[in-house]
Design a protein around this ligand. Structure first.
Ligand SMILES: C[S@@+](CC[C@H](N)C(=O)[O-])C[C@H]1O[C@@H](n2cnc3c(N)ncnc32)[C@H](O)[C@@H]1O
Length: 310
């Protein structure tokens, strides 16, 4: 079976390379060809998942943070971004992360905080003295600090108790420093300083969590094309089940937060959520922020907020 899959995968890859070489870019829509990768994705995922989880710690790189927004050519925009970043740093206690992160990871956290602070604040119970949340499909959880700090400090002067689990089905990918995605995830969870922030290698569609206040899904796969291009096997494409599980995991009035890349994804998400009786979309707005260096490539990003009905 796996030999047949391997042969299929290699043939498909060869075909893909030949087409890429000889078909002029932009003249023909090559999007469907991405599905030729599916058998290879299946094998690679199986090989990764059947390995013993590596616990090799990641190499922690700290980069200076003095020129975070140099990519903004307009001086006024760069100044506005710096002022916004200082405001987020002051309110959300980012020193530990600032001292132990690359510029990219640090900016990613500022970006996540910027969006949550702008769009989600009204949905947090200001009287809640504790919050439980899951981030479904968290990759290496590089933005764990942003999520934890936002949950802890939003709408309250007294920091809340926070319990936060990042769940990732593909934790065994190897990184450049030969550690795994899971060891990066555990490192980012530990950087929050909160022992109740955990990284779990698990399929969220099978997760048993219940009674959560929030479920986050940053860029989940709502279109099969995106999942295959990312390198996952098609059998993991189950968006209805994914969001049904999110609905089941939420407590009454709990909030689902989904960030999508494109208008097509945002529309597909709206259709999926409309098929889940217990969820109601309360807001779906553009998620623009200049706190990431590729801001002008992602102008269709949107944040959709749904609430669990009674
Ligand atoms: C496009 S990536 C986004 C990663 C991360 N949320 C971020 O914003 O950087 C989607 C992630 O979801 C993970 N994923 C997909 N299906 C999943 C599932 N059923 N359970 C857990 N993780 C899943 C993928 O492996 C991938 O890491």
């Amino acid at each position: 079976m796996s030999v047949t899959l391997a042969a299929l995968g290699l043939t498909a890859l060869g075909f893909l390379l030949v087409v890429r070489r000889f078909v002029p870019a932009g003249r023909v829509d090559l999007t469907p060809l991405v599905y030729l990768r599916a058998p290879l994705n299946q094998i690679a995922f199986w090989l990764r998942s059947s390995r013993n989880p590596s616990r090799r710690p990641p190499r922690v790189v700290d980069e200076p943070k003095d020129d975070l927004f140099g990519y903004l050519e307009d001086d006024r925009e760069a100044l506005e971004a710096t002022i916004r970043a200082r405001d987020l740093e002051r309110r959300f206690d980012l020193q530990a992360l600032r001292r132990a992160s690359t510029r990219e990871v640090y900016r990613h956290n500022l970006y996540v905080l910027d969006l949550l602070d702008k769009h989600l604040t009204p949905y947090v119970g200001v009287t809640a003295d504790s919050l439980r949340a899951v981030d479904a499909g968290c990759q290496d959880f590089r933005y764990a600090t942003a999520l934890e700090r936002w949950l802890k400090h939003t709408g309250t002067l007294v920091p809340r108790q926070v319990e936060l689990d990042g769940i990732e089905v593909d934790g065994q990918g190897i990184y450049e420093d030969r550690s795994t995605r899971a060891s990066h995830g555990e490192h980012h969870a530990a950087l929050t300083g909160n022992p109740r922030v955990r990284y779990r290698v698990e399929d969220f569609c099978k997760a048993k969590d219940r009674g959560l206040d929030l479920v986050f899904a940053w860029f989940p796969f709502v279109l099969p094309y995106a999942l295959v291009q990312w390198g996952l096997p098609l059998k993991l494409f189950a968006p209805h089940l994914f969001f049904q599980r999110a609905a089941d995991a939420l407590a009454r009035d709990g909030v689902l937060v989904v960030v999508t890349h494109t208008d097509e994804e945002r529309a597909a998400l709206a259709e999926l959520l409309a098929g889940i009786d217990s969820l109601k979309i309360v807001e779906s707005v553009s998620a623009q922020s200049k706190l990431i260096h590729y801001w002008d490539d992602v102008t269709e990003r949107a944040i959709t907020i749904a609430q669990k009905r009674g």
